[in-house]
Ligand binder design. Structure first.
Ligand SMILES: NC(=O)c1ccc[n+]([C@@H]2O[C@H](COP(=O)([O-])OP(=O)(O)OC[C@H]3O[C@@H](n4cnc5c(N)ncnc54)[C@H](OP(=O)(O)O)[C@@H]3O)[C@@H](O)[C@H]2O)c1
Length: 273
């Protein structure tokens, strides 16, 4: 069966990761303005070009992964080629309504994912604009499944999810790094400390999702009276770790909303210009 053609405009960190994640199941073309920076993708057999117009014209589905302030000018320049196509935007902040105004004849999906797409274990959340067809849902599912886990959400949650799904790897790396340093402090070899922390994050997450239990219930299963874990929990509570994380998510969400508002105001001006 012939593979669907997906063009990725802006194959940087996220766009490049998406290209690699889906290239076995789709015929992928990746673009950016500097061809030499696409050589790693070309080595994987992905078609690369700087010609956005041609790449979009040939595509069945177009993925937009440029920076938010670049989205509207890019869509304006490609509006004719994008007409009647399924367009998936991964740009933070730029809402479906704005995109739809620039390319009214396209079918729009707005998505947010994270860097774990590089190992096909991203978590992608997305919202659909008007006019998405039944067969589009199947293609969207196939693309996002190649990238990891995915779910459809209301668009109003996408800014907060930028602070959760998009940024969470950075928070977790901070936690893992701190755990490694704690282990180094008591003499555990560095590599062993890293694997121990990282695999524990993976295992604990899988258990959380598969058990359906509340995190507090699972934690209680590990905290035995007079045991080792309670000493760590006591130290974490003393360090206000939960307050720190709640504040982190709150601050990041507020920042995501503020950036979104500013980006939409700029996008409005770009649409009018
Ligand atoms: N990084 C993350 O964890 C993450 C997660 C989820 C979503 N996002 C979203 O994904 C988007 C990209 O983020 P990123 O971190 O991947 O940034 P990035 O690495 O800077 O990628 C953006 C790419 O767009 C290319 N580009 C800019 N203008 C272009 C044009 N006119 N035609 C073709 N390519 C063009 C740039 O390459 P050239 O300069 O060579 O053209 C660059 O490689 C952002 O909107 C961000 O909100 C990022």
């Amino acid at each position: 069966m012939e593979k669907e053609k997906v063009t990725i405009i802006g194959a940087g960190v996220i766009g490049g990761a998406i290209a690699c994640a889906i290239c076995d199941d789709f015929e992928v073309t990746a673009t950016r303005r500097k061809l030499e920076r696409l050589s790693a993708l070309a080595e994987k057999g992905i078609k690369v070009t700087t010609n956005n117009e041609e790449a979009v014209s040939e595509a069945d589905i177009v993925i937009i992964s440029v920076k938010p302030h670049q989205v509207i000018p890019l869509l304006k320049s490609l509006s004719r080629q994008l007409a009647d196509k399924l367009v998936i935007s991964f740009a933070a902040s730029i809402n479906i309504d704005l995109i739809q105004r620039v390319i009214p004849r396209s079918r729009i999906v707005r998505a947010m994912t994270n860097i774990a797409v590089q190992v096909k274990e991203g978590y992608t959340v997305y919202s659909c604009g008007k006019g998405i067809k039944e067969e589009d849902h199947a293609i969207i599912g196939k693309i996002f499944e190649d990238m990891g886990e995915y779910e459809e959400v209301e668009e109003q949650y996408l800014d907060v999810l930028t602070a959760m799904a998009g940024s969470s790897p950075a928070y977790l790396y901070t936690v893992v790094e701190a755990m490694i340093y704690g282990a180094l402090h008591v003499g555990l070899p560095r590599d062993l400390a890293l694997r121990s922390a990282a695999w524990s994050v993976i295992g604990a997450s899988h258990l959380l999702l598969s058990s359906g239990k509340h995190p507090a219930e699972l934690r209680d299963m590990v905290v035995t009276p007079g045991g080792v874990t309670i000493d760590a929990i006591y130290a974490l509570e003393d360090g206000k770790v939960r307050t720190a994380f709640m504040k982190a998510i709150l601050d990041a969400s507020l920042k995501a909303k503020a950036l979104s508002k500013a980006a939409c105001i700029e996008a409005e001006k770009q649409i009018e210009s």
